[in-house]
Design a protein around this ligand. Structure first.
Ligand SMILES: Cc1cc2nc3c(=O)[nH]c(=O)nc-3n(C[C@H](O)[C@H](O)[C@H](O)COP(=O)(O)OP(=O)(O)OC[C@H]3O[C@@H](n4cnc5c(N)ncnc54)[C@H](O)[C@@H]3O)c2cc1C
Length: 409
């Protein structure tokens, strides 16, 4: 007698979200077929930050040791004023932080995180991985779904997950809400060998220099071999997509009012890669029968809470749980999954916008920000982060309420 677990779930997109979904399903004995349009399964980009909430998911996925071997565990989250150079706030990430949230805060190269996920998928006979195949249409047939590629290939499965990112094709079939919002913020990113980072700034911390319509972030990567630099500024320029080369002239113009250390750090970089930041307002319905969305395809967000990848990993664990709970009734499982996730991911989408404004504040808003943050105790700061980093009831079948602030990202 056929079992519902005999048929694979087709996952469109082999980024952090798609591979996490494959792995979360695999842990429940559910097979999947991941289809990636790029010629190979690979991540570009630079560093990403991982909060304790993501480590909680690594534990479920059996990835903790592999991630620990590659991550840097910073001592503090530090915000400095990029005009005066003064320290605004510092949140220690040592014993008290770990005691409060059970898991650590870490910094990792995006490619390393992706490689850990890929290696775990490659080890499993339940995960099939096909690169160089772009899904263009999906049919929801009586006995399952059929996904068609640009080159005429077909993938059949019991259900389909669109983990195809910000510019998701599957979202247009399920939600049909057009292009994402261009935030008017541009990010330039670079990774330096540590030897090229000025010695006085080789801190084992996540450092954010908050400015007026600009900010700069730097932190160590790959057990300290590299430094990640991220410069963000408001701009009207718009280019669809991401990861093109950034013109440094505009960057230097936008940061002209910042203090000498910030300008020195920016001058260290010859070659920047540029991202035009986009997001969408939250929605609560991102599934249609046996098709659902996950990660940036479902809830694209600005990077200011450093949680987009983290949310896609949480989505994956939640989704696999709901599939098992619904005993293979994918339409019911996907409804339960989105119900469990939309308030949390919506809250992160909204709060990421708020934090973008907060980091880029000028005038009275900036004075107020500096006053509020500098008068906070470490305990106050951690209490404010609990909604994001603390244990998530919605991952055990509940939802959370909107509340207060996390660490600078
Ligand atoms: C500057 C910046 C900094 C960030 N920092 C952090 C951070 O510190 N912490 C954090 O958690 N998050 C961070 N994020 C967010 C994070 O990068 C994203 O949320 C995350 O990568 C989303 O993963 P995803 O798998 O949903 O989408 P993606 O990574 O976009 O993957 C989608 C995949 O689908 C493939 N695909 C697309 N269409 C098709 C198709 N039709 N057929 C087949 N394949 C297809 C694509 O090629 C791609 O491989 C940051 C983002 C930015 C821009």
């Amino acid at each position: 007698m056929p079992d519902w677990k005999d048929q694979p779930v087709v996952i469109v997109g082999g980024g952090i979200g798609g591979l996490s979904a494959a792995l979360a399903l695999e842990r429940k004995g559910i097979p999947s077929q991941v289809v990636e349009q790029a010629p190979e399964f690979k991540e570009i980009g630079a560093g990403i930050q991982l909060g304790p909430n993501v480590f909680r998911m690594f534990e479920v996925l059996g990835l903790t040791a592999a991630i620990n071997a590659l991550a840097v565990f910073p001592n503090n989250l530090i915000m400095l004023d990029s005009v005066t150079g003064e320290e605004v706030t510092r949140i220690p990430l040592g014993d008290a932080f770990r005691k409060r949230f059970t898991y650590p805060y870490a910094l990792i190269h995006r490619a390393d995180l992706h490689r850990v996920l890929l290696a775990a998928c490659q080890k499993s006979p339940l995960v099939r991985l096909d690169a160089a195949q772009k899904i263009v249409t999906v049919d929801d047939a009586a006995d399952g779904i059929v996904a068609h590629t640009e080159s005429g290939k077909e993938y059949r499965g019991a259900a389909l997950i669109g983990a195809d990112g910000l510019w998701s094709t599957i979202r247009q079939m399920v939600v049909g809400d057009g292009k994402p919002n261009v935030a008017g913020h541009i990010t330039y990113r670079a990774v330096l060998p540590t030897s090229e980072m000025p010695e006085q700034w080789r801190w084992r911390d996540m450092v954010l220099w908050a400015g007026e319509k600009v900010h700069l972030v730097h932190y160590p990567l790959r057990t300290g071999e590299l430094f990640n630099l991220v410069a963000v500024f408001h701009s009207n320029r718009y280019e669809e997509g991401w990861d093109s080369y950034g013109d440094p002239t505009e960057l230097h113009e936008r940061f002209a009012k910042t203090c000498e250390p910030v300008r020195t750090l920016l001058n260290k970089i010859e070659s920047w890669r540029m991202w035009v930041l986009c997001d969408r307002p939250p929605i609560k319905d991102w599934s249609k029968d046996r098709i659902t969305l996950l990660g940036d395809a479902a809830h694209p967000m600005l990077q200011y809470l450093a949680q987009g990848a983290g949310m896609s990993i949480e989505d994956s664990v939640c989704l696999a749980d709901r599939v098992v709970a619904a005993n293979g009734d994918y339409a019911a499982a996907f409804r339960a999954y989105q119900q469990a996730r939309y308030l949390r991911t919506g809250r992160v989408q909204i709060m990421a916008r708020v934090y973008g404004e907060f980091y880029h504040a000028a005038g009275v808003a900036k004075e107020l920000r500096n006053m509020m943050l500098s008068s906070r105790s470490a305990e106050d700061a951690m209490a404010g982060m609990a909604w994001l980093y603390g244990e998530q009831k919605e991952l055990t079948r509940s939802t959370a309420a909107i509340g207060s602030r996390p660490a600078p990202a």
